[in-house]
Design a protein around this ligand. Structure first.
Ligand SMILES: NC(=O)CC[C@H](N)C(=O)O
Length: 380
């Protein structure tokens, strides 16, 4: 059990949004300055998984849950080797973490990884502002970085925007690696790492899949060199409109009719590969209780989301694409955003959300089984 760093907690801090609104609070984690896109997550649990999800690269995450850090930081829950959020905003951090797995406090972890945060601000007001005005650039400044707000605002307005950002190669593995199947190997999958979370290959491995995780820059030859039964495209940060290499790679896979499954960024890449556009949502979906309907079965599932962009595909008709007929298989019941796509003439599908459920409910685990069935179907 560790007590949070009181010195850092007392330093003044200010959060400045690009439209000029600001919030004053106290430093949390590292003291200094940071920039990113301000987004909010409604997850009440799973903060370690959120912080270490590479899809959050260059985003400043505002937690709508008021009290964060209660269970400290353990060595088992990270979804990658580091924290990726560029900043962290919490109303009321836990002063004393308590959990049998906890190794250190959350503010110590943020500080040791150099992640600048802010606490003690009205996160409800900030969230409502982002809902009304949309996700936007933000800066957090603490300690000596706090100065005249006009100067800080100018810095925020110079920071890069999320629209047009090409970030997958910045977070993906540089070297290929293998996650072995648990038990007998039944299938081999090439997984294109655009910012993959650790739980994703694990969910495949526990279904007898040997997963070859390949860098975002992998070529079609490198994909087929592993003799895959299926190809997987992961989640990842940035604007899907920039993902030209993954789109051409996926089109190569679709031409060969290899079973294909995509998650989140992977869904947007399937959308683009089929000729649909993508667009930026006003404030995105981030949290672990988003209702989605699987239109192929009619079932509603409660799901984990983290996306700021979406696919622009017709909800009410089957579309003719370069790879045959395609339809929207899943839809978000809050706002009718496209949450999944499937091809009707060949084995390929994707979802915009996170069936690996780290963190989140396990309602969507069946999608990994669906991928296995597609690979089984191809062998039969
Ligand atoms: N988790 C993801 O893969 C996110 C995809 C994309 N970067 C978005 O924000 O929509």
């Amino acid at each position: 059990m560790t007590i949070s760093t009181r010195g850092a907690a007392q330093a003044p801090a200010v959060l400045v949004l690009e439209d000029g609104r600001s919030f004053r609070g106290r430093a949390y984690g590292a003291v200094g300055e940071t920039f990113g896109e301000a987004v909010f997550s409604t997850g009440m649990t799973g903060y370690q998984e959120t912080l270490t999800d590479p899809s959050y690269h260059r985003q400043v995450v505002v937690m709508t849950a008021p009290h964060v850090g209660n269970t400290g930081v353990n060595d088992e829950d990270p979804e990658s080797g580091r924290i990726w959020v560029s900043g962290y905003v919490v109303r009321d951090p836990a002063r004393t973490p308590s959990n049998w797995r906890s190794r250190r406090s959350l503010d110590e972890e943020l500080a040791s990884q150099g992640v600048v945060g802010i606490s003690g601000i009205d996160t409800r007001a900030l969230t409502r502002h982002l809902r009304e005005r949309g996700a936007m650039r933000v800066g957090i400044f603490s300690g000596n970085a706090v100065e005249d707000e006009g100067v800080l605002l100018a810095k925020v307005r110079q920071a890069p925007e999320m629209k047009g950002a090409d970030l997958a190669a910045e977070v993906a593995t540089k070297e290929a690696y293998v996650v072995p199947a648990v038990g007998t190997r039944k299938f081999t999958v090439a997984a294109i790492d655009l910012g993959i979370k650790g739980m994703t290959p694990h969910r495949m491995a526990e279904r007898g899949i040997e997963v070859h995780v390949l860098p975002a820059t992998a070529t079609l030859d490198e994909v087929y060199a592993v003799r895959p039964d299926g190809v997987f495209f992961s989640n990842g940060p940035g604007d899907p409109a920039t993902a030209d290499h993954p789109v051409s790679l996926m089109r190569g896979v679709l031409e060969r009719k290899t079973p294909l499954f995509g998650i989140c960024f992977g869904n947007q890449i399937l959308g683009r590969s089929l000729g649909f556009g993508t667009y930026k949502l006003k404030y995105g979906h981030r949290g672990i209780n988003q209702p989605v309907q699987d239109r192929t079965t009619g079932k509603v599932e409660v799901t984990a989301h983290n996306h700021g962009f979406a696919v622009d595909a017709p909800l009410d008709k089957v579309s003719d694409t370069d790879f045959g007929r395609a339809e929207v298989s899943h839809v978000c019941l809050n706002d009718q955003v496209v949450e999944g796509l499937q091809l009707l003439d060949q084995p390929a599908f994707s979802v915009q959300y996170h069936p690996e459920a780290a963190a989140g409910p396990h309602d969507a685990a069946y999608l990994f089984d669906r991928f296995v069935s597609l690979m089984e179907g191809q062998r039969a």
